[in-house]
Design a protein around this ligand. Structure first.
Ligand code: AKB
Length: 315
């Protein structure tokens, strides 16, 4: 079998930080090339500084490492996108074009691109949101993710690009600090609970959103990418469900570990974004096409998060 060389963009972000070690286990350390707009201390190796808006630079990194597969994770998340719409469109869409065109030119065998539950909008059904339904996102991020999904579908059928995508719910992890999303409260709350015993939440206590613990998100990503192409009926983004909860549910779980934990609720501009997203999604296509099944619920995730955040917190 031909050796695979995997390129990851946005490698320093939340998904990249957990995905790269798993890819290295499969393909070998020197075959996973981490890239990002800047290098951080203790960056994964091999590492290249790469701006996804620079199509020529993408081409030369593809050639330098003889890349065969790409995980294009570089993106601006919802809260940051709302504050800088043009930049978000540029990175999220023109960056995607640059990657897809280079994938076609360099005959890349597979491309992964992350979509989001933000593709849904205020008129989408809120509960058990189907794969195919009304989609009228009115957030900057959601608009770019829905457009990106349509372009993925288009490149698959017009240029035979083997592109695969997931609509990630809010992803919860401890290796990486929250990076400008709306669902990030569900990461931050654990750190503040352990470190300060108190958290100020920017969403109301009863805002239910679809969420997923990082091991499930990584498992879904790799499982989708390892599936045979012919089994995949969707080239836009698969709905994947993990769990659904509101800030008050998470606070209740954390109280089992930190009994005097206090949360105060001060909704800000992110509330509007969350209000337009589903509470839960229907993932029947992911289950049918590639046997998707999550492992973690709010209880098992909280046990693991508290344990790991405590280990990361100096006493
Ligand atoms: C965000 O909150 O922006 C992301 C997402 C739902 O895609 N986590």
């Amino acid at each position: 079998m031909k050796k695979q060389n995997i390129l990851v963009t946005g490698a320093n972000g939340q998904i990249g930080s957990d995905l790269i070690p798993e890819l290295k286990k499969i393909y070998g350390d020197s075959h996973v090339i981490a890239t990002d707009i800047s290098e951080k201390p203790n960056a994964e190796t091999p590492f290249e500084v790469l701006d996804v808006l620079d199509a020529k630079a993408i081409n030369s990194v593809f050639k330098k490492y003889q890349i065969t597969q790409v995980y294009h994770l570089a993106s601006l998340l919802s809260a940051k996108s709302e504050l800088n719409p043009r930049h978000a469109w540029n990175v999220n869409i023109n960056g995607l074009f640059n990657i897809m065109d280079n994938c076609v030119e360099n005959k890349i065998s597979k491309l992964f691109w992350p979509s989001s539950i933000a593709v849904f909008g205020p008129n989408s059904p809120k509960i058990d949101t189907p794969q195919f339904t009304t989609m009228d996102p009115d957030t900057v991020y959601g608009i770019s993710k829905l457009a990106g999904e349509r372009w993925c579908h288009h490149y698959h059928f017009s240029k035979s690009l083997d592109v695969r995508s997931l609509r990630y719910p809010g992803v919860i992890s401890y290796k990486h600090e929250p990076g400008g999303g709306t669902t990030d409260y569900a990461v931050d709350i654990y750190f503040k609970a352990v470190q300060e015993g108190r958290y100020e939440c920017y969403l109301t206590e009863d805002t239910i959103l679809p969420m997923m613990y990082i091991p499930d998100a990584i498992k879904a990503t790799i499982q989708l990418m390892e599936s045979p192409s012919h089994s995949l009926g969707l080239r836009s983004g698969y709905n994947i469900a993990g769990m659904s909860f509101a800030p008050e549910d998470l606070a209740k779980e954390i109280l089992n570990y930190i009994p005097d934990f206090k949360v105060i609720y001060r909704p800000d501009f992110r509330q509007r974004l969350a209000d337009t997203w589903p509470e839960s999604v229907n993932d029947q296509f992911a289950k049918a096409d590639w046997n998707w099944q999550p492992e973690y619920d709010i209880k098992s995730m909280t046990e693991d998060m508290i344990k790991n955040v405590r280990m990361l917190t100096p006493v």
